[in-house]
Design a protein. Structure first.
Length: 298
């Protein structure tokens, strides 16, 4: 399956019997799927159907869908002013001017065309035209728009997949480098442990040798980063599998990035070596960059 981004945009336009329209659909990342529409209320059933088709096509994202209808000049007779909407619009303009005056600001004069362009003020006289054929035409246009939108998110997802694959390759390479540096520091760690053990034995009278050995062994375990590197390698393999599967894997990637970050933090805290710490910090940087990219996966 294809990997999809949650970021996308598409627009379309059409016309029928004196009416022209412009569709606009766009989305950004979100934890779930939130579809919001701006569609004229008199187009009965259109908004419900639009939301239904969108939720079937998408899994995640904050999606905004807008439809702007315009009637040709020779058909203006079928347009009418919504008195309630006009009153509300005028009240909002008056309140805005009053608040601006309190702040010492002067707003530009509001034109009649500005008010008529506000949502709901100018409506189609539905008594003069049945909306059914128009809704059908708009839905057909929307289906094409939705396909373009999904394809764009897939295209963005393909680019995102390449970026993530490169970042995983970098993490894999850094893990191998960390293993080499951890092995190179082993003689120093062993020497430090021997020195600490000798110091403890020389300053402890009647100490329990077994207890001392256990404590030193615990210190050695705390300095060993093998387990962290093994887990990072397993996370890299899991992430590559998710990339190959595609589909709506964004939430799984979110969780996996938390695990990546946890192991990198532990690696840095146990490094006790400048060279190994340097690799650990680079790992954290790449993981953080990857986490930002993952936020856009559907």
């Amino acid at each position: 399956m294809t990997l999809h981004s949650m970021t996308g945009f598409a627009s379309g336009q059409g016309a029928q019997e004196g009416l022209s329209w412009i569709w606009d659909i766009r989305s950004v990342n979100a934890k779930g799927l939130d579809v919001r529409t701006r569609i004229p209320e008199w187009l009965e059933g259109l908004e419900t159907e639009i939301k239904s088709r969108t939720t079937k096509a998408l899994s995640r994202g904050n999606v905004s869908i807008a439809l702007r209808l315009t009637r040709e000049e020779n058909a203006r007779g079928q347009m009418q002013v919504n008195a309630a909407a006009l009153a509300a619009a005028l009240a909002m303009v008056r309140d805005a001017e009053a608040q601006a005056a309190q702040l010492g600001l002067t707003l530009a004069p509001c034109r009649a065309t500005d008010i008529l362009a506000m949502r709901g003020v100018l409506d189609l006289n539905t008594s003069e035209q049945e909306s059914g054929p128009l809704v059908k035409a708009l839905l057909s246009e929307f289906d094409s728009l939705l396909r373009d939108f999904v394809n764009m998110r897939a295209s963005e997802g393909a680019a995102l997949k390449t970026v993530l694959a490169d970042q995983l390759a970098r993490i894999d390479s850094l893990c191998h480098e960390a293993a080499q540096r951890a092995e190179a520091r082993r003689p120093l760690v062993e020497e430090t442990l021997k020195t600490n053990l000798a110091r403890v034995l020389n300053t402890t009278e009647g100490g329990d040798p077994d207890r001392i050995a256990q404590e030193m062994a615990l210190i050695a375990v705390k300095a060993d980063v093998t387990e962290e590197l093994d887990r990072l390698a397993a996370h890299v393999a899991a992430a590559r599998k998710l990339l190959s599967l595609g589909g709506a894997v964004g939430r799984k990637f979110d969780f996996l990035m938390q695990e990546f970050n946890r192991e990198a933090n532990t690696l840095c805290s146990k490094a006790q070596n400048a060279a190994l710490t340097e690799v650990g910090l680079e790992l954290k940087t790449v993981i953080d960059q990857m986490r930002e990219q993952v936020q856009n996966i559907e």
